[in-house]
Design a protein around this ligand. Structure first.
Ligand code: GLN
Length: 308
């Protein structure tokens, strides 16, 4: 088996790197086993290749952001979403309280300010907070091709320490970017971040983006093709926060990281890739995940700016 052997070999090469720390600001995440390591490739025909801990569940965290952005764009249309959230890289940390000075609009949907706003735009406008969370969970499940659940302990743990996201939400509410109860929206966003996925799920979710929005397992068109183009473009420019420029030049794959240690990349028409390793660098990106993607990109010539 050429691909699993290759994946196992690359995992062995990065295994000894124990630098970085699991996310500390969510106590439940700090308790995660930092030695976990996995990588999976999902082809657009539904075939999955993996090595390491690819069936261990962990919370999706910020990797939910591009998918909920996709749902909002498809549920509400482009104009109402773009009126509230921009598409410019912020060059700042994921939890920066950064809003456009005149409009209060978050710079992009990948930082928390943008993602909290995008959560409020998922589903029809008149949904109550519980129904909105249900729309989000249903949508993430459609991207994964199986019914996903939430980790209530991680969610409660994050909510107890969510002062910064609450501050961001109240700023957004004061600018009327958010138009409903700020606390309820942060609660819903935190639930969104607490959805449990495996590395295999994440690879399949990325493959759905790579496959024009069609889940390779179910055949369902989860979101329309123009939405996928928008989402992948924003992932390319903003998905790795203040490391997005390094990532674009070194790896060159539209990507998104999460603070539980997950990382996805999607190559249009080709493949969805996911890795899992909980120790994070100073940007909040998985240390060994970034190394794995650097290897995949150079070994297989996956940089999108390179002629295949
Ligand atoms: N739930 C986390 C937060 O809002 C997600 C952050 C992340 O994964 N980068 O802080």
């Amino acid at each position: 088996p050429i691909i699993p052997d290759y994946l196992a070999e690359v995992l062995r090469d990065v295994e000894s790197d124990t630098s970085g720390e699991p996310a500390g600001y969510i106590p439940e995440l700090a308790a995660a086993d930092p030695e976990r390591l996995g990588a999976a490739f999902a082809m657009i025909d539904g075939e999955v290749y993996g090595a390491g801990d690819i069936d261990i569940e962990f919370t999706i965290q910020s990797i939910s952001k591009p998918f909920i952005y996709a749902l909002a764009l498809s549920d509400r249309g482009f104009d109402p979403v773009l009126a509230k959230v921009g598409v410019e890289p912020s060059g700042e940390a994921f939890n920066e309280i950064s809003l456009e000075s005149d409009t209060g609009r978050p710079l992009n949907p990948m930082i928390n300010a943008g993602a909290i706003t995008v959560h409020s735009l998922a589903g029809a406008e008149d949904l109550n907070p519980t129904e909105r969370v249900e729309r989000v969970l249903h949508g993430l499940s459609a991207f994964a091709g199986r019914r996903l659940k939430m980790d209530e302990a991680v969610c409660a743990s994050e909510m107890e320490h969510a002062h910064r996201n609450l501050a961001i939400a109240h700023m957004l509410r004061s600018h009327n970017v958010l138009t409903k109860d700020a606390r309820a929206i942060v609660d819903g966003y935190t639930r969104q971040c607490s959805v449990l996925v495996t590395t295999r799920d994440l690879a399949m979710m990325a493959a759905t983006l790579a496959n024009r929005g069609i889940n390779p397992l179910s055949g369902e068109q989860v979101v329309p093709e123009p939405v996928v183009r928008q989402v992948l473009s924003v992932m390319f420019s903003c998905g790795m926060y203040d490391a997005a420029g390094d990532w674009a030049t070194q790896v060159g794959i539209p990507a998104k990281s999460g603070v539980a240690g997950g990382l996805i990349g999607a190559l249009p028409g080709q493949i969805g890739i996911a890795t899992f390793s909980p120790r994070l660098d100073t940007h909040g990106n998985s240390v060994r995940g970034v190394s794995l993607f650097e290897r995949f990109s150079s070994d297989m010539g996956l940089h999108v700016m390179e002629v295949p």
